[in-house]
Design a binder for this molecule. Structure first.
Ligand SMILES: [Cu+2]
Length: 326
């Protein structure tokens, strides 16, 4: 039979105190856990430096990403200093045991230390000024408008869909402007060229909507009578890459607000020119102007020329077909 005294804990000294090796092992485990956390997440250097900022497709989005990255780095630098100070105070300036019978002595007080107080007021002020400067310059770049954009689109929002007009492009065979109107059965495609300055003029025919393309990292309310409401109804950007990007209404505008979607289809300038040319012509099969989906089908350029939206889909507007949400 084993006696109690026969069990020996190798990690404990005879006095019962944890041995130094325990801290060494804890340290190794902490370093290992940190290494696993960094390597197992599969984050690339670019991803880490984005600090959660989503990937955009415009130079304006990239500029906002840079502002975000540098702001987080600056905040982390300040955080490291603050954490170090907290750690230093907590470890090296703990309350000391007083001598029994004598009144407790307060630690050294700093409330009338003028240089320290100036430092604690001026430093945050400088930080706020620097943040304000970079935020204001980024904002002014993002909202900057060139006098002669390459393409202009009039975006008309209505309950509950979108209309996209191309006033800067040649007129159609019918003498009208190229126009795409969404319906409950078809998500409207806003076809645009890459690497061109595009101006968006926003206008609503009823309530306030909001034009939002998440990948643009840009959202602007769409007002009825923007002039009377003293609203800046236009903005510009350019798109860096081809692709399909979902667009949404981001202002609660009524019953079918949630399905008031569209899709930006960014094509190369050559394909875009071909698209606009087709949209101006009469389709021999229908004896009508080419619709957006007919033009894209005719162009047949692969995935980019898919005739319908690929990022979102139409919604059944029949109220009786709907079920209560759970
Ligand atoms: Cu809306």
């Amino acid at each position: 039979m084993k006696g109690r005294g026969a069990v020996v804990n190798p990690e404990r000294t005879p006095a019962g105190k944890p041995a130094k090796s325990r801290f060494g092992r804890a340290g190794r485990i902490a370093v290992l856990a940190a290494l696993v956390a960094v390597t197992a997440t599969g984050c690339s250097g670019d991803e880490v430096l984005r600090f959660g900022w989503p990937v955009g497709v415009t130079p304006q989005a990239l500029e906002m990403q840079h502002l975000w990255t540098y702001t987080v780095i600056a905040a982390l630098a300040v955080g490291v200093v603050v954490w170090a100070l907290i750690f230093w105070v907590a470890v090296f300036h703990r309350k000391k045991k007083g001598v029994p019978g004598e009144p407790e002595e307060l630690p050294r007080q700093f409330q009338y230390n003028v240089p320290l107080e100036i430092f604690t007021v001026v430093t945050p002020l400088i930080m706020v000024c620097v943040l304000f400067f970079f935020t204001a310059t980024t904002e002014s770049d993002v909202l900057d408008k060139k006098p002669n954009p390459d393409v202009t689109v009039n975006v008309v929002a209505f309950q509950w869909n979108w209309e996209f007009d191309y006033p800067s492009e040649p007129k159609t065979a019918n003498g009208d402007i190229v126009r795409t109107i969404g319906s409950s059965g078809e998500i409207p495609l806003l076809v645009l060229p890459t690497n061109r300055t595009i101006q968006y003029n926003l206008r609503s025919t009823d309530v306030i909507h909001s034009f939002w393309v998440p990948e643009f990292h840009f959202k602007r309310d769409v007002f009825p009578f923007p002039e009377k409401n003293n609203q800046d109804m236009s903005f510009q950007n350019s798109i860096d890459q081809t692709g399909s990007f979902v667009g949404r209404c981001a202002e609660l505008c009524g019953t079918y607000h949630s399905v008031m979607n569209f899709e930006v289809r960014a094509l190369t300038p050559d394909l875009y020119a071909q698209y606009i040319r087709l949209r101006g012509q009469i389709n021999a099969k229908t004896n009508q102007l080419y619709t957006a989906s007919e033009a894209l089908t005719t162009m047949n350029c692969g995935e980019l020329c898919t005739s319908h939206a690929v990022t979102t889909q139409p919604f059944n507007t029949d109220r009786t077909a709907r079920t209560a949400s759970g």
